[in-house]
Design a protein around this ligand. Structure first.
Ligand code: HEC
Length: 217
């Protein structure tokens, strides 16, 4: 008699524990329960459908309003580059960004200026080439596509890639002048030497004539 009461007591306690567990994990409890409590099938479907639509819509609104301001106005090529590209291509465009060690193929070194997807005879990419590669990315590598950026920002990024290329060629040439021609820093600053450097950089970094298109821009 007593043992039977004890058994019942134990069952009751077990039930209580189960119920407590159910109610103290409200997220699991509610989600799990929601569809069955919808009642008849039509009602349940309606409920589910409107749930999905409303939550989907609100998520999208959130995402949009969240991203809106960050596609910021007042950006420069340098700030855009620092934000989107430097982690791979390096702050100065040497291809040695913090992520570069983990990537293969390696991010392009803009300072050396060996570009692959070019339509020109001298292998220096035209603006169109650079815009295409930015919009499309380079499938098969970690180079992502940037078509979601507004044209204005893409153009600023193209300017920045070209500026980094010019800076790289300039530094290379100055090093040759210093190390091989043994010019002093003062001599480097002289007007005619500066002009020579400018001409060299211009000649080396200006896109040549177009051969054929590797792709439509
Ligand atoms: C996650 C790393 C990563 C990021 C971020 C990245 N790139 Fe790249 N990029 C690469 C890699 C890797 C390559 C070389 C791919 C190859 O050789 O196949 C490359 C190649 C390029 C090229 C060379 C195209 C050619 O014709 O050779 C350009 C130009 C370029 N990236 C510009 C940019 C710009 C501008 C940004 C920022 C808006 C950017 N990349 C962001 C990884 C990245």
């Amino acid at each position: 008699m007593l043992s039977r009461m004890r058994k019942q007591g134990l069952l009751w306690i077990a039930e209580l524990v189960l119920l407590t567990l159910l109610f103290t994990t409200p997220q699991l409890g509610c989600r799990g329960k929601a569809p069955p409590t919808g009642g008849d099938e039509a009602g349940a479907e309606d409920g589910a459908a409107s749930d999905v639509t409303s939550s989907g819509a609100s998520t999208e609104t959130n995402v949009n309003t969240g991203e809106g301001p960050s596609v910021a106005a007042g950006e420069t090529g340098q700030s855009l580059y620092a934000r989107h590209c430097a982690a791979c291509h390096g702050e100065n465009g040497d291809g040695q960004g913090i992520a570069a060690a983990y990537l293969y193929p390696k991010p392009r070194d803009f300072r050396m200026g060996r570009f692959r997807l070019v339509s020109t005879v001298n292998r220096t990419p035209s603006r169109g080439d650079l815009l295409s590669v930015l919009r499309r990315g380079m499938p098969g590598s970690s180079m992502p596509p940037w078509y979601h950026l507004p044209d204005r920002e893409l153009n600023l990024l193209v300017d920045e890639v070209q500026r980094l290329h010019q800076q790289g060629v300039r530094d290379q040439y100055v090093r040759v002048l210093v190390e091989e021609e043994e010019l002093s820093q003062e001599e480097i600053q002289e007007a005619d030497v500066q002009e020579e450097i400018r001409d060299y950089v211009q000649q080396r970094t200006a896109p040549g004539e177009t051969t054929h298109r590797h792709w439509r821009s």
